[in-house]
Design a protein around this ligand. Structure first.
Ligand code: IPE
Ligand code: IPE
Ligand code: MG
Length: 228
């Protein structure tokens, strides 16, 4: 089995705990988390990873206090597009994953602009999972098939209705901050993904974590149900 790490996905967790450990408000953790993301993106480029999917906001995160949700939405609205020049220089193409319904129109407008203006970049595809839920992804895909009159589904048909079916299935899903669960992330595509859990809070991540992750992945044996 080819063991090249092509598509890495990250559950970026621990922003709040990082901030708390420093006596800062939770929002400071989210801002620092964005800085960590830039370093991690560079680390992925340096290590030849072609696709990076990051869990930015789950369909469950709406349960958080309104002020925190608003802060996160403002980050998605202003900061992602604000980084467009840097992202273009790095060769990063932005893609969106998740349910557009419920996201503020201004956030969508700026995120769509970032997608459009970075589409030609070919070093790394950075898939931002915003208002993403694994249940929602599967249900939206199945409902799209039902609307077309499909009465029998297959895994391939379901996947064909995902937001970005051209992006290869994830190889390695990692999570920061020591929690050991998927929290509704990539439920379908995680079927045969390798999983990795790291104690460091997300805002403390940088390029060196990606070197570690690449090394850890290279020691995994992927059998996909067969024998190696
Ligand atoms: C991850 O960090 C960021 C989002 C879920 C948006 P958290 O905000 O979950 O940080 P902790 O888990 O409370 O430390
Ligand atoms: C998962 O983190 C969602 C994101 C990283 C965006 P959470 O902090 O929301 O997950 P739980 O609630 O601890 O499972
Ligand atoms: Mg958390």
């Amino acid at each position: 089995m080819a063991k090249e790490l092509v598509h890495l996905a990250i559950i970026m967790d621990g922003n709040g705990r990082w901030a708390k450990s420093k006596g800062l408000p939770r929002t400071a953790g989210h801002l620092q988390g964005l800085k960590a993301l830039k370093k991690v993106v560079q680390g992925c480029i340096d290590n030849g990873i072609r696709y990076l999917t990051v869990y930015c906001f789950s369909t469950e995160n709406w349960k958080r206090p309104e002020a925190e949700v608003n802060y996160l939405m403002t980050l998605f609205t202003n900061k992602v597009y604000g980084e467009i020049r840097a992202l273009n220089e790095m060769g990063v193409a932005i893609r969106l994953l998740g349910n557009r319904e419920g996201l503020p129109p201004e956030a969508l407008r700026n995120l769509d602009k970032a997608v459009d203006e970075s589409a030609a970049n070919d070093k790394l595809v950075l898939q931002l999972a915003i208002n993403y839920g694994g249940y929602d992804e599967i249900c939206r895909a199945v409902n799209a098939l039902v609307a077309e009159g499909v009465t029998q589904v297959t895994p391939e048909l379901i996947r064909s209705k995902f937001d970005n079916p051209d992006i290869p299935v994830v190889d390695f899903i990692v999570r920061s901050a020591g929690e050991v669960r998927l929290s509704n992330f990539l439920l379908f595509d995680s079927a045969y993904a390798e999983l990795g859990f790291y104690d460091e809070y997300w805002p403390d991540w940088d390029e060196t974590m990606i070197e570690r992750i690449k090394k850890d992945y290279s020691s995994r044996v992927r059998r996909f149900g067969g024998l190696v």
